[in-house]
Design a protein around this ligand. Sequence first.
Ligand code: NDP
Ligand code: OXD
Length: 308
Amino acid sequence: MTLLFKVDPARGRAWKALFAEQAPDIEVRLWPEVGDASDIRYLATWQPPEGIAERFPNLQVLFATSAGVDQFDTATLPAWVQVVRMLDPGIVQGIVEYATMAVLALHRDLPLYLQQQRQGLWQEHPHVPARRRRVGVMGLGNLGQAVLRQLHGFAFELRGWSRTEKQIEGVQCFAGEAELQAFLAGCETLICLLPLTPDTAGILNARLLAALPRGACLINLGRGGHLVDDDLLAALDCGQVRRAIVDVLATEPPGPDHPLMVHPNVWVTPHIGAVTHPESAFGVLLENLRRHQRGEVMEGVVLRERGY
Ligand code: NDP
Ligand code: OXD
């Protein structure tokens, strides 16, 4: 049972050490030292190599080391290869921290106060209590729901949107295209935590932004492919969107003069919303390997026809 990691060298060494210590029966190899490629049953990676099917004829499971799997072209994989996304509790923690930081920064007008400080200005603005701020989350999966649980503690008025109907305590839930406009109409701060699929590509566009209350804020933690950059820039420039915080861009890294990088009302971070740490992710990966070895269903299996 050989598991190949194609990850950065430091993380690769950490994964290998964890397996050697806690699951020595699983042989771990680190890319590019593949050895006999026909031994490889499991591949764990963020960026897959070209031609997986031809290169690893006995591959059974492709484990993403990320929660998102849009970087994999599943159409090129044989039908028997299962694709599994990463359900690392460390990723959940990272996204909850980032989303909370971003929502609170916008709620407490931090960008404005920092700008004032640079201008030497000591000026207070009216304070709106959290219970009168409406925050919405697109994507009510592992991450979206964890973010809502945390925000519930601050008493924000919460709503969420997903493909299928949900019931979440303290959250007004909306589902599907038919309820999207009604959902958006109550999002003064909108957080995108959707997976990138053919259905969600470009979803953060002019039509969607126009459906938000005037002066709303956007936080994109999903993928750069969700956002139509020019539509956001136009919405910022006309005041429909007040501020945006984006952790992901369609092309990463962007050039230093990317219009979102230089816009005064946009904060950009370099895709650091969450980072997979071998220490926190090891338990879930090992449990899935054991499940697969026992012929059981693994956690986080991607449904190819759904794209997530
Ligand atoms: P999940 O698969 O657990 O949840 C996805 C959610 O999106 C589900 O609620 C699903 O609806 C909803 N959804 C999918 N397609 C649609 C659609 N067409 N219309 C409406 N809702 C839809 O994913 P996670 O929560 O684990 O992760 C979400 C994404 O977050 C990842 O795919 C990745 O892109 C991004 N991410 C970003 C990180 C960063 O560092 N910035 C880190 C980690 C993840 P339903 O429940 O009905 O199926
Ligand atoms: C992920 C990410 O999907 O880091 O895990 O973006």
